[in-house]
Design a protein around this ligand. Structure first.
Ligand code: NAD
Length: 527
């Protein structure tokens, strides 16, 4: 086990995670230096604690600057996954037999290591996926807090071991015990490359499962960092295995391998739903899939329009629209539509675009050339069939053409049945339409198969109650200036989707999450 480095760290709260916090930026600058010193190296996978070379390497370049090579990563194979599953299976009796208090203490140590290394990790994440300073730091610290929260949950529930009744017969002793399944596959997306890897892995591990982890090929560096903190925290060999590599081979093997007892996946509907349908073959197994969103905001004629425009702007364009909770469609009551749009365009025009490592820039690049092409196709359609009052082009000033930078974009004048109101695009583009009533807004909001997050702006309490009664979404926000549809924190806003957005109806960072990684055993002993 490596000693914890006593580097200065920032306690992250709503008050400290602000762009005017000088201490934060000084620490962050030092983190950038540490991150840059690690670029260009070769990285391996880890199976049973041993390094694995894989079938050659894949190169990861920065979306900020395609000339910048971040590292070379071992390209895992199906065989690596098979060996990782075997290693995880071999480690399962030991880890599941470890007292939960001890498991939680190892995981808390990992969470503390993440907080110790927060600035270096945030800078690496910014380089790897293009998140701005505060968003990257938020992702890193959320990872630590998700892990801590899951430890708190198992503690608050006494390890999920409870005495049951005996119908008045004192010689009968029954307990309900939640027990881990075995080997869990953890498959993570590029957009929260740390929180949605470390969070699900943390829950699986504290529950007593062992893990085979596949990070996104767009974010392999953060996958390495997660492996390092768990190893340095003292997790035994084989309990957490890392196999980076293509979805079609490494991901598919995790999907098909009979030795995998459960899977937790976060990513697109296309991949996730296929996984959901095909994972269980011989008998049922847990499949936790968290998928995409097409998150609506509804703006009532009774809204504070300045607040609504700020909330929509932040959620439509934060992290370049690449959050599953991004606000990509807005329904505005007709009498306030024009004024709302004027305010939204004014706020959008003030967004600073550029290298997200610079504190002055809010909007970084999209993740890759495919995302840039998806953006350009959507804009071309909007120009043909509607209007694009702001944005619509690549951002190329000051060398930004070396990366995948595009302008934040608002589209109007499209019919509400248009695909830009329906498909998740995952780029900084939001579609705005007038509606005749809140009722119509709610109807359109609920028409989508996706049901992840939703926002509402109104100063009328009865309208708010109606919205809360009828809206179909796992996470809802009312009058939220900080983000109409985005932003969640462990233990504060549980985060999970309904319908096409998620399979279990239980949310990450919430009260019912850890239990999903366990199954109940009823144990009766008669004296
Ligand atoms: P993606 O579906 O392309 O990839 C997700 C992961 O699946 C990656 O690790 C990828 O390599 C892997 N994968 C690809 N093919 C596979 C296969 N055949 N078998 C198994 N694994 C395979 O998603 P992405 O582009 O990385 O992430 C963006 C998507 O994730 C968006 O749709 C977004 O809405 C969604 N998302 C959802 C949540 C949520 O909480 N609901 C959170 C973040 C992101």
């Amino acid at each position: 086990m490596t000693a914890v480095a006593a580097s200065p760290r920032l306690k992250i709260t709503y008050a400290t995670l602000r762009n005017d916090n000088e201490e934060l930026h000084a620490l962050y600058d030092a983190g950038i230096d540490k991150a840059r010193a690690q670029l260009g190296e070769h990285h391996v996978n880890y199976v049973g604690g041993q390094p694995r070379q894989g079938e050659g390497e894949f190169e990861k370049r920065s979306p900020i600057d395609q000339d910048l090579v971040l590292g070379h990563f071992a390209k895992g194979t199906r065989q690596d996954v098979q060996d990782a599953v075997a290693a995880a299976k071999a480690a399962f009796p030991g880890w599941s037999g470890t007292r939960w208090q001890e498991r939680a203490s190892v995981l808390r140590r990992a969470a503390d290591l993440i907080s110790e290394r927060q600035m270096e990790f945030a800078a690496l994440m910014a380089l790897e996926v293009g998140k701005n300073r505060l968003e990257a730091l938020g992702d890193v610290e959320e990872t630590a807090d998700l892990i801590r929260y899951y430890c708190d949950q198992i503690e608050a529930n006494d390890g999920y071991d409870r005495a049951m009744g005996n119908l008045g017969d004192a010689s009968v002793h029954t307990r309900s015990v939640l027990r881990p399944y075995g080997v869990f596959a953890v498959i993570s997306p590029f957009n929260f490359p740390f929180a949605l890897a470390g969070g699900p892995a943390g829950a699986a591990l504290v529950a007593g499962n062992t893990v085979v982890f596949k990070p996104s090929s767009d974010a392999p560096f953060m996958g390495q960092k997660l492996y390092e903190v768990l190893r340095d925290a003292g997790l035994p060999d084989g309990v957490f295995n890392l196999v980076a590599g293509p979805g079609e081979s490494v991901g598919a093997e995790l999907q098909e391998n009979e030795g995998v007892d459960g899977v937790v996946f976060t990513g697109s509907f296309e991949v996730g739903f296929d996984l959901y349908k095909s994972f269980a073959r011989a008998y049922p197994k847990p499949v936790i899939v968290e998928m995409g969103g097409k998150n609506p905001a509804i703006v009532s004629r009774k809204a504070d329009l300045e607040e609504a425009a700020e909330g929509v702007m932040r959620s439509a364009f934060g992290f370049q629209g690449q959050k599953c909770s991004a606000n990509s469609r807005v329904y505005v009551e007709r009498p306030v539509h024009d004024e709302f749009l004027r305010l939204l365009l004014a706020k959008t025009s003030e967004i600073t675009i550029g290298d997200p490592l610079e504190r002055s820039n809010w909007l970084g690049p999209v993740i890759n050339a495919r995302a840039q092409a998806r953006y350009e196709n959507a804009v071309a359609e909007a120009r043909r069939e509607g209007e694009v009052p702001i944005g619509g082009d690549r951002a190329v000033h000051d060398g930004l053409d070396r990366g995948f930078f595009v302008q934040p974009t608002v589209v109007t004048g499209l019919p509400t049945q248009h695909r830009l109101f329906r498909d998740e695009l995952f780029v900084p583009l939001t579609a705005v339409a007038p509606v005749d009533s809140v009722d119509e807004g709610l109807r359109l909001a609920n028409e989508s198969a996706y049901a992840l997050t939703a926002g509402f702006f109104s100063e009328d309490r009865s309208e708010v109650d109606e919205f809360l009664r009828r809206i179909q979404a796992g996470v809802v926000y009312v009058n939220r200036r900080a983000g109409a549809t985005t932003g969640a924190w462990p233990g504060i806003q549980p985060f999970g989707g309904w319908k096409a957005s998620g399979s279990t109806g239980k949310a990450g960072g919430g009260l019912y999450y850890v239990q999903q990684f366990m199954r109940e055993q009823s144990q009766t002993i008669v004296d």
